[in-house]
Unconditional design. Structure first.
Lengths: 242, 220
């Protein structure tokens, strides 16, 4: 299978602090990759580089055929191929669930207004929230808001989805419903890059786990590697790093 | 000269009051459009636009409105552009309002969390689409109370137009007082009329503020 995301020797600094020190990895179509590591390890920054929310200083970065290290990259075309879900949901508070989901398809893909509701409904069914189509975000629980955010991203039919610690802001009893939705997506063949602290999810759902440490890919392997870490840093992280 | 205050005097003052309202509305409408432009420039991605608008805002906010009015009315008059008093006053107040409204609105746009921009960006919305569909509706909620509050300032500032001979409420009061010489009564009445215009707006602004805060509490 061909890689849809290719990072090669990525360097990224915020001011004088280098947070990514030569990061390389590839993600194949349909693959689910979990990126784990301590806060400050660069895992979220690496994810944000993939859809160019952060610009890189050096290295090559190709996503769905878009060369992101190129200044002239068509960002809007890139963002149509790459969906993103955030830790803080970032729903639009003044819009209903339906409007949240259909705003971008209507504006960007020129979806007709009469087709919008059907699209919203279809996306919501995939996250099990069809009955909330007319609600406002503030009327939903955190877990429901996050599922709407996933539906909003899905409605743009992305080829890759990025998840940035999407359960970190949720109560433990609410994380389950979000993780189940993500697992369903993964089983459905979606290419996913998931920055997460949920070790059980990484182990069970991910085809591959990338452990980042001090701005580098420290160890990588299938989910099982969490049971048998090679490096002392990963061992340390698994036993008490959470 | 002399005599007592009659109904005719009162009607004259009320006519002046009407022109105060007209001038306020003109200043606010023009200032609102220009202020929107200032806000766009102040929040633009292009550094030069931000710098130009910053200098403009600093310049206007650091200059008395009366001086702006003199420059527009007398200054332009000298170089052959003679504006009628209403227009001169309208343009001056537009300049004044645009600087203040631009700054008020910039603050409101920036008060919308950056993550809303990010989320929109990730959905492939353009900057303009994001502004119109996501940012401005949220900023407008925050902006309404201070904007209405500023309208009160504009309303009171129109009294300065009296110095270029525009017969609004203050000028009308001066005219009446010149014939009656009962300043306490005449300017007292003018003051009451200004208050009658401004107080409802202040109340409205405050009630909007309360409503907004309640909305926030529910959202949290």
């Amino acid at each position: 299978m061909s890689a849809v995301v290719k990072l090669h020797d990525i360097h990224k600094s915020f001011g004088s602090v280098e947070v990514l020190k030569g990061v390389s990895f590839e993600i194949a179509k349909g693959e689910v990759v979990a990126i784990i590591g301590r806060s400050g390890s660069g895992k979220s920054t690496a994810l944000r580089c993939i859809n160019r929310l952060e610009t890189i200083q050096s290295g090559t970065l190709e996503v769905c055929g878009h060369r992101i290290d190129n200044e002239a990259v068509d960002l809007r075309a890139l963002r149509q191929d790459v969906g993103m879900v955030f830790q803080s949901y970032n729903l639009f508070p003044h819009l209903t669930v339906e409007e949240n989901i259909t705003l971008a398809p209507r504006r960007v893909k020129k979806l007709a207004n009469r087709d919008a509701r059907a699209l919203a409904l279809e996306s919501l069914q995939r996250v099990g929230l069809a009955e909330k189509i007319d609600a406002y975000p503030e009327q939903l629980s955190g877990g429901q808001q996050q599922r709407v955010a996933i539906a909003r991203s899905l409605a743009m039919q992305p080829k890759v989805m990025l998840f940035d610690e999407v359960t970190s802001a949720l109560d433990p009893q609410l994380t389950g419903e979000v993780l189940r939705v993500m697992e369903t997506l993964a089983r459905g063949g979606m290419t996913m890059v998931v920055v997460t602290h949920e070790m059980a999810f990484a182990r069970r759902v991910a085809n591959r786990v990338i452990f980042m440490h001090q701005g580098k890919v420290w160890e990588t392997g299938p989910g099982d590697m969490l049971a048998d870490p090679k490096t002392p840093e990963l061992r340390d992280f698994i036993s008490n790093g959470l | 000269m002399g005599g007592s205050f009659t109904v005719n005097h009162l009607i004259y003052l009320l006519q002046g009051m009407m022109w105060t309202v007209v001038l306020s509305a003109l200043a606010f409408a023009l200032g609102g459009v220009a202020g929107f432009g200032v806000m766009l420039m102040r929040t633009a991605r292009t550094r030069l636009l931000r710098q130009i608008s910053f200098v403009y805002v600093q310049l206007i906010q650091g200059t008395p409105l009366l001086i702006v009015l003199f420059v527009v009315y007398f200054g332009l008059g000298v170089v052959g552009i003679e504006l009628p008093p209403l227009l001169a006053a309208g343009v001056s107040l537009m300049v004044y309002s645009s600087a203040f409204l631009g700054e008020i609105w910039r603050g409101c746009v920036e008060a919308v969390p950056r993550t809303q921009w990010e989320a929109s960006e990730c959905l492939a919305l353009t900057r303009w689409q994001t502004l119109v569909d996501v940012i401005l509706p949220q900023a407008a909620r925050i902006a309404t109370p201070p904007t209405v509050g500023f309208l009160v300032q504009v309303m009171k500032s129109t009294s300065l137009a009296s110095v270029v001979g525009f017969v609004e409420l203050t000028r009308a009061a001066q005219v009446v007082n010149n014939s009656l010489f009962t300043p306490f009564l005449v300017f007292g009445i003018a003051g009451v009329l200004y208050f009658a215009l401004c107080y409802p707006l202040s109340r409205w602004s405050r009630s909007l503020e309360r409503k907004l805060n309640v909305g926030r509490r529910q959202a949290a």
